[in-house]
Write a protein that binds this ligand. Structure first.
Ligand SMILES: [Zn+2]
Length: 260
């Protein structure tokens, strides 16, 4: 954990400090070595949140993009179950940064628990993930910003397979492009049709802006994707080249999704 409570204040780990866990209130001690990011750990091997995983630099630097009091927020379900969310924004959106592999059942349990959430996945954990994912991003089927949709074949990509049944938006952080140092960041929409899923290149800045400002753009974006892919399927069925009226109406009547 990045934060513990000392004299009712959230504090970061510093050598020699001890404090209490914001979730279970047990004693935690500062771990300030050179191998891992400085953090707080419960005494002994006790873990109070089974969903918690050791933080990497990657994890920590993403969390640091958000205000400190949005980080490591204890989130309660009505049943009383509680977990520590990586980031909870002012609008109640949970952002979970996932470095390690998650079994499907575990992922589903977290999605069910948080309900309104997005995943940011470290796409560089395994050696071949970046190359494989970029290869699997198929043709662009819609190209009207912000709706740039590429259809993907998840069967040939381990990372996409891992996240294939997710019902939440998943952002793949693939690091930076060698040529120009720009971040490679793709959003997988939960909307899928006939086993096809859709990926959109997103700028890191717009992702951060949307969530720092608490805009409800994720759901609006998915609604847009749904309208587009349904119209594409209708088009294909009718073998017509022009857009069906429904999708035109949608874009005329709304300013949805422009924030991406
Ligand atoms: Zn605890």
């Amino acid at each position: 954990m990045k934060f513990a409570i000392i004299q009712e204040q959230r504090r970061e780990a510093q050598p020699g400090l001890s404090g209490t866990c914001p979730s279970c209130k047990a004693e935690v001690i500062a771990k300030c070595g050179s191998l891992r990011v400085w953090h707080w750990a419960h005494r002994g091997v006790r873990v109070c949140d089974p969903w918690w995983e050791p933080e990497t630099e990657w994890h920590r630097s993403w969390k640091n993009e958000f205000p400190a009091d949005w980080q490591e927020v204890v989130h309660f379900a009505q049943s009383g179950e509680k977990h520590i969310a990586d980031v909870k924004t002012q609008s109640g959106m949970i952002i979970e940064f996932q470095h390690s592999f998650l079994k499907m059942e575990e992922r589903e349990a977290r999605e069910l628990f948080y309900r309104k959430m997005v995943w940011v996945v470290d796409g560089r954990r395994r050696k071949r993930d970046v190359e494989q994912l970029l290869k699997c991003i198929g043709r662009c089927v819609w190209d009207q910003p912000p709706f740039i949709l590429h259809v993907t074949n998840h069967a040939e990509c381990a990372l996409l397979r891992d996240w294939n049944s997710s019902s939440m938006p998943v952002y793949f952080d693939l690091g930076v492009r060698q040529e120009d140092g720009r971040p490679i960041f793709w959003r997988r929409d939960p909307i899928s049709r006939n086993g096809r899923t859709y990926l959109t290149p997103v700028s890191r800045e717009s992702f951060l802006k949307v969530h720092r400002e608490g805009l409800d753009a994720e759901q609006q974006f998915s609604e847009g994707v749904s309208v587009i892919v349904d119209s594409l399927r209708q088009n294909a069925r009718r073998a017509q080249s022009q857009q069906p009226p429904r999708v035109q109406r949608y874009f005329m009547n709304s300013r949805q999704g422009r924030r991406f």
